[in-house]
Design a binder for this molecule. Structure first.
Ligand SMILES: [Zn+2]
Length: 579
């Protein structure tokens, strides 16, 4: 390691000897100056390539005459630049190492977000990714190319910070904690601005500040207290067993019931048996929030309030005398997902995760379990999180089941080739969805009512970024396009479902599923509608044409954002996903 020298000594060493004549001291000085220059150049490159849109943000504040915004933004940047410089010029290696860790983690997260989504990481993205951290391994594999790019940029920064400093800082020990300043300022901003306003902040500190803010706040209002079930069931349920099957990332146009593309031939062969509501709109473009909407009866006009304070579907099912069961084909080891709390978990009588099976076999297990439950005398309400088209797609079907080729190689990143991506998605749905229905619908169903949908749709490189869903700033319309169908083994109920599907074809959304479930459980339709709006069994006065995107937070501070869709959802469907 090179020693740290005061600048004056470097200058002395260089100047008192002739430049042309070689000498050990002169050589050392040249070397030291070279090192100093290298460190500064690397640091500058690191800051330049890992931050985007900073100038645009300045211009934006300027044009809007937003003096306070300009002042704060400039202040944050000045403090951050000073903090990075101090971190890089701390004298001891352990000091620089200490700060390189949070700076590297923060930069990596920020750059990865910029690379994948083309937008800046927000506080709510961090909160969401933290909640979904169980999928980190899968996501790394799916977006591997961008992980490498973000990793390379971050490594450059680590190298710049760790290179020995030539200039000695005044009072280095006192300055050891200086890089905490920008973190503290950004945390304060996040708390004051209810999670917003961090766009184009220095990536070197934003991410770690967001994690710090997350540790001291409850952005999704998960700990809010909830209302009790206030409705009283009016009579027996419409079916002994009621199943809500929420598939994963299955886009509406990939079922042959909606578009005949040879992806789900078995399901198409059963089209006389299923009540197909056609294309529907999801509640949100992200699993966590669409599942919350489905489990807690999200109401469009008061979404954040309903999702965070209304009773759960489990509470209603139990009040109606049903045994509650949850089958989660995605997670393992009893870990909870999609915003489920321990309080909610305690409302579930039977909690199953077929984590003993490979991913490609879990949906088939679910179908078998549902058929077993259908035979039980005790009434059951079952909520399923199916494995479906969970990323990475190649894990969802055996190689021998690759009907559509060429498909993705194992561990291939999402953006490498669109044709292979779509083919792998088709193979997934053919294997995991068509195969699931082949097992579920074999023979009669008995006194069972099933509603099937997907948590959200998917963008398969349908726009200029590779993020397939959960886009919290600029979602693609196809992220909200889901299938919706129902089926019953009870002839009268089946007739009602078919009639509902006829009048509401291509008109419904996730928001009608909860009231439909309550009606099926035996609650009075008028009372249900008074709180939750219409269900699927009566004609919808108007079609739902928007899905919420980004976080649906418990706090009232952040308004829910909506992505509008065309009046006729079929306009969204690409004529052919790939030519
Ligand atoms: Zn999902």
């Amino acid at each position: 390691m090179l020693p740290s020298l005061p600048l004056s000594r470097i200058a002395r060493a260089g100047s008192c000897r002739g430049v042309a004549a070689w000498s050990p001291a002169g050589h050392l000085a040249t070397k030291l100056v070279g090192f100093a220059a290298l460190k500064i150049v690397l640091l500058a490159i690191f800051l330049l390539i890992s931050n985007q849109g900073v100038a645009d943000r300045f211009v934006d504040f300027w044009q809007r005459d937003h003096v306070l915004g300009l002042f704060v933004f400039t202040g944050v940047w000045v403090i951050a630049l000073a903090a990075v410089t101090i971190a890089a010029f701390l004298p001891a290696l352990w000091m620089r190492l200490l700060w390189s860790v949070p700076i590297a983690l923060s930069t990596f997260a920020g750059v990865l977000s910029l690379e994948v989504t083309r937008t800046h990481l927000t506080f709510f993205d961090v909160a969401l990714y933290w909640a979904e951290r169980g999928h980190l391994g899968d996501a790394t594999e799916f977006y591997f190319t961008w992980v490498v790019i973000a990793g390379a940029k971050t490594l450059l920064g680590i190298a710049a910070i760790l290179l020995p400093p030539i200039v000695r800082l005044p009072a280095p020990r006192a300055l050891l904690f200086a890089p905490m300043a920008p973190i503290a300022v950004i945390v304060a901003m996040i708390l004051i601005e209810a999670g917003r306003g961090t766009k184009a902040f220095p990536e070197q500190f934003s991410g770690v500040a967001m994690m710090s803010a997350l540790a001291i706040s409850d952005p999704f209002g998960e700990n809010a207290s909830r209302l009790p079930v206030h409705l009283v069931p009016g009579g027996a349920g419409a079916a002994r067993h009621i199943f809500l099957i929420v598939d994963e990332s299955v886009r509406g146009d990939f079922l042959d019931l909606n578009e005949r593309r040879g992806v789900t031939p078995y399901l198409r062969s059963q089209r006389q048996r299923v009540a197909n509501f056609g294309y529907a709109v999801s509640g949100n473009n992200c699993s966590l929030f669409s599942n919350l909407i489905l489990r807690y009866g999200g109401v469009r006009a008061r979404l954040a309030e309903s999702v965070h304070t209304f009773p759960s579907i489990w509470g209603y099912a139990k009040a109606a005398g049903y045994r509650t069961a949850y089958i989660d084909a995605q997670k393992s080891g009893g870990r909870l997902q999609n915003g489920m709390t321990v309080v909610e978990r305690n409302q579930i009588d039977s909690f199953e995760q077929p984590d003993h099976l490979p991913h490609a076999e879990r949906d088939f297990f679910v179908a078998e379990r549902l058929r077993e439950i259908a035979l039980e005398p005790e009434p059951h309400f079952v909520y399923v999180n199916k494995y479906g088209a969970h990323f990475p797609f190649t894990r969802n079907y055996p190689r021998t089941a690759a009907v559509f080729v060429p498909d993705m190689e194992e561990r291939e990143s999402v953006g490498a080739d669109r044709e292979r991506l779509v083919n792998s998605y088709r193979n997934t749905i053919r294997y995991n969805v068509d195969g699931f229905f082949r097992r579920l619908l074999q023979g009669g169903l008995g006194d069972v009512a099933i509603i099937y949908t997907s948590d959200h749709g998917l963008s398969l490189l349908d726009h200029d970024n590779v993020l397939t869903h959960c886009n919290s700033s600029a979602p693609h319309e196809l992220e909200g396009l889901v299938p919706l169908l129902a089926v019953s083994g009870a002839p009268d109920l089946q007739q009602q479902l078919v009639e509902g599907a006829l009048v509401n074809r291509n008109r419904a959304s996730h928001f009608q599923i909860f009231p439909t479930l309550l009606e099926l459980l035996g609650f009075d339709r008028a009372e249900v509608q008074a709180t939750y709006g219409p269900g699927l069994l009566e004609p919808l006065a108007e079609a739902d044409r928007a899905f919420s995107f980004g976080p649906v937070t418990g706090g009232a501070e952040l308004e829910v954002r909506w992505k509008s869709l065309p009046a006729d959802l079929r306009e969204l469907v690409p004529t052919e996903p790939v030519s």
